[in-house]
Design a binder for this molecule. Structure first.
Ligand code: LCS
Length: 394
């Protein structure tokens, strides 16, 4: 069968790595080297001049990192990929490449707290303006595009309110204005959502989450057109320097092999927990794209393969009541991050979104009673027992 016709699940495992170029090694070796020797001075000159392909120095390229970059580009259906030392290194390298002083970025409201922090810093220090808006219709988006707008940046689902942004709709508006659309696909991974197939230009990830999947690596990935990725590689990555280490790249290649089976289990467990949580008397409200009553359930069905492994819910009570539930848990870990084998619970108002001003936070729906659950791969009965025990103590 032709490689391009193989399914996503198969390509997560086999993908683009040429084993015969590496002694038949089943998995890509870890090239734990900072630099590469040249056979001659002239060869070094040719490589630095871009007249000969080959490695020079690991900040400019490394074979293990390369194997990961090719794999993610293939899985997202893009021309080229690039890896970073964190999701934020990826977000910042992309934004720095897209804008300059005096430009404007239109952003879907409710983006991850540090992305919000980065935008704020770019405004204060580098005079790059932004607007955070509820991208609920073409008209709203169009009305907020300015002459100096250089990119539309969205996250969907949004962390932690699970609000979705219609990628197709945003792309429609952006195409009319010839603006690039950047999608943070962290919550879905390429298995659940394929933004480039919907017309987006750049897709990025905190690979720390589902792609790594085991809570042991912090990393970021970006996929887009070769021209753009090359620009990032030679400017905001090379000169700012947030590169991924070969070992961390190897961990992500390993994580990707099981992405599909892990995602299926995350989604299945989340679905079952949602049913239990929805009926619990101590839960005031719940947001989960798989809820048939979720306002954007139809959109979730349209642009996501399944509904993901995250559920956010408000406890009937105060901030202290929410914190008490967390403190009563014995298996579920009180921790930020998501997408790990372990079920994690966090309090967005005081953790991931603590940097967002109170008024803005409340408007986004990140209330003091809101908890975010990243459903893990344990037995769903054990997860529910622990959660129900916490809820029944309040
Ligand atoms: N984008 C999204 C949607 C995220 O959720 C995060 C981190 C990032 C980017 C940044 O990635 P990092 O640099 O951490 O790899 N989200 C976190 C969260 O929800 N809890 O802890 C980190």
């Amino acid at each position: 069968m032709e490689k391009t016709k193989r399914s996503l699940e198969t390509r997560m495992i086999h993908g683009t790595f040429d084993r015969q170029k590496h002694y038949g090694s089943l998995t890509p070796p870890i090239y734990q080297t900072s630099t590469f020797s040249f056979e001659t001075a002239e060869q070094g000159e040719a490589r630095f001049a871009g007249n000969e392909s080959g490695y020079m120095y690991s900040r400019l390229g490394n074979p293990t990192v390369d194997a990961l970059e090719k794999k993610i580009a293939d899985l997202e259906g893009g021309e080229e990929g690039i890896a970073f030392s964190s999701g934020m290194a990826a977000v910042s390298a992309v934004l720095y490449a897209l804008v300059k002083s005096g430009d404007h970025i239109l952003v879907s409201e409710g983006v991850y707290g540090c992305t919000f922090g980065l935008l704020k810093m770019m405004k204060e220090k580098f005079n790059v303006d932004y607007d955070l808006i509820n991208m609920d219709s073409e008209e709203t988006i169009e009305s907020m595009i300015k002459d100096n707008t250089k990119a539309l940046y969205i996250e969907t689902p949004i962390n932690p309110t699970m609000k979705l942004v219609d990628i197709d709709m945003v792309v429609n508006v952006a195409k009319k204005r010839n603006l690039p659309v950047v999608v943070d696909n962290t919550f879905c991974s390429p298995y659940l959502q394929q933004p480039l197939a919907l017309g987006a230009d750049i897709v990025l990830h905190s690979a720390t989450k589902y792609i790594g999947g085991h809570g042991d690596v912090v990393a970021g990935l970006v996929v887009g057109k070769s021209e753009f990725i090359q620009e990032v590689r030679m400017t905001t990555q090379k000169d700012i320097g947030g590169i991924l280490s070969p070992f961390d790249a190897w961990l992500l290649i390993r994580g990707l092999k099981t992405l599909a089976v892990r995602m299926d289990r995350h989604c299945e467990n989340a679905n079952k927990l949602f049913d239990q949580l929805k009926r619990h008397p101590k839960i005031k409200s719940i947001v989960y794209p798989g809820d048939p009553e979720f306002v954007q359930h139809e959109l979730a069905k349209k642009q996501m393969k399944h509904y993901g492994g995250l559920i956010s819910f408000e406890i009937d009570g105060s901030k202290e009541t929410a914190q008490k539930v967390m403190n009563e848990l014995s298996m579920i870990q009180v921790a930020v991050s998501l997408g790990d084998a372990e079920t994690l619970i966090q309090h967005p108002a005081t953790m991931t979104h603590a940097v967002v001003p109170d008024e803005e936070r409340e408007r986004m729906g990140v209330t003091d009673q809101l908890l975010r659950l990243s459903v893990g791969l344990e037995s769903v009965d054990d997860i529910w027992d622990d959660l129900a025990n916490g809820l029944n103590k309040i």
